[in-house]
Design a protein around this ligand. Sequence first.
Ligand code: DAH
Length: 340
Amino acid sequence: MLDQLNRLEGEALAALETVKESDALAEWDRSYLGKKGALTLLLRAVGDLPKEERPAFGRAANEAKVRLEAAYEARAEALRREEMVRELEQGTLDVTLPGRPAGPGHLHITTQTLRRIYAIFAEMGFQVYESPEVETDEMNFGLLNMPPHHPARDMWDTFWVSDEALLRTHTSPGQMRAMREYCPEPIRVILPGKCYRYEQITARSEHQFYQVEGLAVGRNITMADLITTLTEFARRYYGAERRVRIRGSYFPFTEPSIEVDVDCILCEGQGCRVCKYSGWLEIAGAGMVHPVVLQNGGYDPDVWSGFAFGPGVERPAMLKHSIDDIRLFYGNDLRFLRQF
Ligand code: DAH
C-alpha cells in the first residue's frame, strides 16, 4: 500500500503540472484531496492493514497529504498571478479605478465614556488635570496617609517597577500633584487616567482600567457639597430619576469616608442579578480629604477643607450598555467595539 501511495503522489504532482486554469485546479482538488478523492480513500483504507503497519502508513499518508496540499496552494497562487498578468496585458484590468476606501474608525467605548464624564463635570466647573501613570511609592501611598507597612496598602495589589516606583493603583496620587501645583488657590479638578492592579483577570476585574478622580479644595467645603456633586453626576450620567445612597466606609486618605450607590438602573431597585438582588449599585468611593493629606499638599487643614471621589470608568459603561464582561474592553475584538 506504501507503493500505491507513492505512485498516487507522483501521479497527482504530475497532473498538477498540467493544470492551466482554475476549473481544472478545482477538479484536481476534488479527485485527489476531496471527500471522495483518491488520497482520501487510500487514507480511509488504513483500517484494512495489519495493525503493526498502520502507524507507518498513516504517517506517510498524512505527510503526502501535507505535500499535496502545499503543491495545490502553490499552483493556485501561480494561476492567480498568471491571470493577473493576462488581464494587465489585455488591458481588462483598469488600474486607474479608485481603490476601496478605508472605513473611518471611531472612538473607543472607554473614550466615549470618559468624554461624557468630562462633559458632566465640566458643567459643574471641574477642570481636567493629568498626572503620571508611573508613580512613586510616596505619591501613591505615603503622602496619602499610608506610610510604609500601613495595612491599608493591602487594598491595592501593586505592580512594582522598582523599589520606589510603581504603576499607580488608583488616580488618587494625582490629588497630591494637583494640590502642590495649585496651593494656595482653591481647586476643582477631575483626574482621569489608567490604573493598574496586580489582580486576577475575571469578567469583573481587569489589571488595567480607568478611574476619574475628583478633588475640590476650598475654605468652606462640606460633606453636603460632596453628596450634591455626586448625586448630580449620577443623575446626569445614569438618568434624572436616579436615587443615591451613601454608606460609611474607610479610605486612609479621607475622613470621613463614604461609598456612593445608585439604585440599580436595570431593575429600578427591585433587585436583579446585576445588583446582586440588593437594588443598589456601587459607583464610587469618596470622602472629605484627610487633614494629613491636605497638609501634605500644602494646605492648612484648619483653614482649608476638601472632598475627593474616585469612580471607575468601565463599570459605568458596562451598566449603561449591559456589558457583562470587562475583558471585552481591551480584547480588541472589532465585533464588540463596533457596537458603540
Ligand atoms: N482610590 C480609591 C480606590 O481606588 C477610590 C477613592 C476612594 C478615591 C475615596 C477617592 C476617595 O478620592 O476619596 O479604591
